[in-house]
Every structure is written in C-alpha cells, then in structure tokens.
Design a protein around this ligand. Structure first.
Ligand code: FAD
Length: 405
C-alpha cells in the first residue's frame, strides 16, 4: 500500500517539500492543502516588483501547473485545515472532508501581527502577507497621495521604496529608536535612514501609533503617543508576524514561539514535521532555538524533512541568510548578529555600498552587505566555518575576501 504525505499550507516550504520528496524517490500520494486560491508562489516580490505592478501573477508561481500534474499532486486550494489528529493520523478540512495521512508536514507560515488601537478597523488600513493584500493596496494606491507606513522593518522599508517610486508622499512611523532595530547594527540603520531620507521618505522614530481616525469609514489621520497627527490617505502596517501554530498546539504538539521541531524537523508527535516560518528549530551554529522567516530556511527545512520521511536522517544546519531590495540597493544578510561585541565596517567607493561584519569574541557571526556580493558569498562560508578574521583587514576594501578563506 502506498503511503500518503499531507502538506498543510501551500507556500515556499510546501513547493520545495513536493520537489524534494519526488527527488528522493517518494512515489506515494502527496496531498497539498492551502487556504489561498493560488499555487505556491514567491512571497518576496509582494513588497517589491509585484507591488510595483510590473509582474504578472503567473511569474510569481514557484512551479507551474505542469509540475503538479507531472508529479501527481492532489492540490486542494482555497481550503483550510481546521483540525489535525496525530494519533488517528487524520486532518479535517473547513468543508468537513477528512484526509488520512501517514506523514504530515505543517508548512503554515505566519499571520501578520495586527494593530488593535482605536480606529484599527477603518478602511484603507492594510497589511501585507499575500497576493490579495497586494491587490487591495494597489487599488488604494490609485487615489492615495499620503501613505503612512507603521513599522520600519524590512517590509515597511520595501513598501516605502515602492511607494516613492509611485510618487507618493511617504511617512514611516517607527516605535523603536531606529529603523531595522531588531535586525541590524545602529550603523546599518543610519545608512538606511539616510538613503530613505535622500529618496524623500520622512522617518520618525520613537513614535508609537495610538489611534487611527477616519472620514466616512476610511482612514484619514494617524495619531501618535505624543499627540501628533499625520494625514493619511492610506496606511500600511508592517510590524511582524505571529507563527501559525494553532493546528499543532490544539493537537497537543509542543509549541513555543512556533511549532517546536528537532534538528530533523520532527515535531513532538510521531510522523509530524514542521517547516518554515511556523516552526522553531535548534541551531547547532548559534546554540539555543531559533525561528527564521526566510525563503532559504523554508526550503532548507523542506529538503531535510523530505529526506527524513524517506528514511535518510540528516541534521538541518545551514547558515541563515536573507535579502531585501530597496531602490538600487540589494541588502544581503548572512547569519544572526545577536550578541555581537564588535562591528567592522568596510566601505568601498561604489555608491550605496557597504558591508558590516559582526564579531563575537573575535569570531565572525554575521554580515550585512549592501551591494556587496563578494562579501556576501565569502561570509556564507566564513560564518559556517567559524572563522576569526583580522578586523583591520576586514575593514580594508583593498583586501580581497578570498584572503580570509
Ligand atoms: P508561507 O510561504 O507563508 O506559506 C504558508 C501558507 O500556509 C500560506 O499560504 C497560508 O495561507 C497557508 N496556511 C496557513 N494555515 C493554513 C491552514 N490551516 N490550512 C491551509 N493553509 C494554511 N524572505 C526572504 O528570504 N527574502 C525576502 O526578501 C523576503 N521578503 C518578503 C516579503 C514579504 C511581503 C513577505 C510577506 C515575506 C517575505 N519573506 C522574505 C519571507 C518569506 O516569504 C517567508 O519566510 C516564506 O514565505 C516562508 O515560507 P513558508 O512555507 O514557511 O510559509
């Protein structure tokens, strides 16, 4: 009897899990259930080229329809799984259908964190997580002049760059004392602050939003903690996500800021795996548990899970990496900088180009590179190999990155 793998959530992790299962010669049934109406698609362009409006939907798909046909995937889109039972090995859909499975992969991603201050439910207040969110934002872009963005993280900054490209007046309100506060060093925050200011964005830090006010049910003002008011024809909120762990938690599977998995992506329930944004995994490189929100992580964990299902247990241990595109800048980040005790800046004479190396007790643990592909490629290896480079040489753009290998 052939076995069945059920994948819940049709995003990045799911698409890779399907490809990897077939590559690993899994010839059983694969059922994919996703609540969105679309085949798995690339999410990063949603706040970049797709938001700009230049990219047709078909270009977003990770794999075309033919791929799913060729691999005999039973894709049930526009359907949500409402319950799983790991003992009975069943899943119940929102239309009452029940699916039996032998192996279950939870690839449910995350939900946007929402504001719940007065006025939070006015029209033209947006969040950005999926294709339909982009369509709603683009519709409001047509008439909006003043765009207020709540949150100066990657998503907020990428939306600001697109909004400027579309000729909008853009204000970013950030609660922390600097943008990108959670993810980069103050030097990098300052660099991005300056670029956005040069591009005409107004950035206000230490500015918490306490209310929205509206006219005829539509947002028109944003009110901050110190009583200031900002005119807004539309608002886009980017204040992070919450892992979609409730299916697992309700079924008694261990969760803590995400579904808890081991180094093989196995949850606390037998034959149940979790991958991508929804899970937290042990990090051999950094110690402790981490939850990553990045495409490379979802794909890496999908590969590990496919192997585990096929009986080839291999530890998931990749250096985290991430990217962000804003204006003419590609930011590439390797590793996690938490706990660094020294930062080294390398500046060459190319415009808008900079690399920040994070060291802890002399060891390179992370790097942020803006338009610095050579530094990025080298640091993927240097971080993995726990190298301790000479800081003076790191700072010197005439020293080739190859010299540190
Ligand atoms: P997702 O791709 O989020 O897929 C999860 C899917 O599961 C969703 O479609 C959801 O609707 C569905 N689902 C949830 N619960 C259920 C249920 N009960 N039943 C059925 N379906 C369900 N990462 C980068 O590395 N670089 C970037 O530049 C970058 N930019 C980004 C820009 C934006 C606007 C966003 C939103 C994300 C960005 N990311 C970026 C993050 C990246 O997209 C995620 O890390 C990645 O999509 C995670 O993949 P996943 O498979 O874990 O989840």
């Amino acid at each position: 009897m052939s076995e069945t793998v059920l994948i819940i959530g049709a995003g990045h992790g799911a698409a890779q899990a399907i490809a990897s299962l077939r590559q690993e010669k899994f010839d059983g049934n694969i059922i994919l259930v996703g609540e969105e109406d679309y085949l798995p698609y690339n999410r990063p362009p949603l706040s970049k080229t797709f938001l700009e409006g230049d990219l047709p939907l078909e270009r977003l798909y990770i794999k075309g329809e033919v791929f799913y046909e060729k691999h005999a995937i039973d894709a049930r889109l526009g359907r949500r799984v409402s319950k799983i039972d790991p003992d009975a090995k069943t899943a119940t859909l929102d239309n009452g259908d029940e699916i039996n499975w032998d192996h279950l992969i939870l690839a449910t991603g995350g939900y946007v964190r929402k504001m719940n201050c007065p006025g939070h439910d006015l029209d033209a207040i947006h969040y950005l997580r999926n294709v339909n969110d982009v369509y709603a934002i683009q519709k409001d872009f047509e008439q909006a002049e003043n765009v207020v963005i709540v949150g100066g993280g990657y998503i907020g900054l990428e939306i600001a760059a697109v909004s400027r490209k579309r000729g909008k007046d853009v204000t970013i309100l950030e609660m922390a004392d600097r943008i990108l506060n959670r993810v980069v060093a103050p030097e990098m925050s300052e660099f991005y602050h300056n670029v956005h200011t040069e591009e005409g964005v107004t950035i206000l830090c230490d500015t918490g939003v306490t209310a929205f006010e509206g006219t005829d049910g539509r947002v028109s003002k944003v009110i901050t903690a110190d009583g200031d008011e900002y005119d807004a024809d539309m608002v886009i909120v980017g204040i992070g996500i919450i892992p979609a762990q409730e299916l697992a938690a309700d079924a008694g599977i261990a969760c803590e800021n995400g579904i808890t998995v081991d180094e093989y992506c196995r949850t606390s329930a037998k034959d149940v795996y979790a991958i991508g944004d929804c899970c937290t995994h042990p990090s051999a490189l950094y110690g402790g548990r981490i939850r990553l929100e990045s495409v490379p992580n979802a794909m890496g964990q999908a590969k590990t899970t496919a192997k585990a299902i096929c009986g080839d247990l291999q530890v998931y241990n990749e250096v985290p990496w991430f990217w962000s595109d804003q204006y003419d800048m590609k930011l590439q980040i390797v590793g996690l900088s938490n706990g660094y005790d020294q930062i080294v800046i390398r500046k060459n004479d190319k415009p808008r180009s900079l690399a920040a190396f994070y060291l802890k007790e002399g060891q390179l643990i992370s790097m942020d590179g803006v338009n610095s592909p050579a530094e990025f490629m080298a640091c993927k290896k240097l971080v993995m190999n726990k190298v301790s480079p000479d800081p003076e040489k790191l700072a010197d753009p005439t020293v080739s990155m190859k010299d540190f290998m």
